[in-house]
Design a protein around this ligand. Sequence first.
Ligand code: ADP
Length: 148
Amino acid sequence: MKIAVFPGSFDPFTIGHESIVARALPLFDKIVIGVGVNERKHSLYPIEQRVAHIQKLYKDEPRVNVCSYNDLTIDLAKRVGAKFIVRGLRSVKDFEYERDVAAMNKRLGNVETILLLTEPEYASVSSSVVRELIHYGRDVKDFLPQTD
Ligand code: ADP
């Protein structure tokens, strides 16, 4: 079974993230969305809330699992039997960071990283911009996945 981990902070999970999951689903049998504790980032939503929210979004998609983790992504990949990591690329800045992390994950965990280019309409959508808008009381529903 071809399993991929999609790691991130997802603080919050945006339409950009949703698009990456949708585009990765045809490539893999199963996607594990790993909500990581990022020591370098100050979070808006508690990790349990982020996990619960994403689980709800994918409640009808049995090929998507969601979990939190607080170790290396390669350790999560090993635990869930994933040989692949999926990440999104919005910019050159993303690329430079992702290239280094991907090289390290290959070297230390023998895990291959698949980078999906953002769809142009989502290029400017980021969790950090959404957090900023929330902070200033703006409506962010256009940037978040639709829930029922
Ligand atoms: P991290 O803190 O690990 O960067 P994020 O939650 O910010 O986690 O992002 C998780 C992944 O989703 C990253 O690979 C990021 O590049 C990707 N991503 C975020 N927003 C978008 C978007 N609008 N289009 C494509 N990829 C995106």
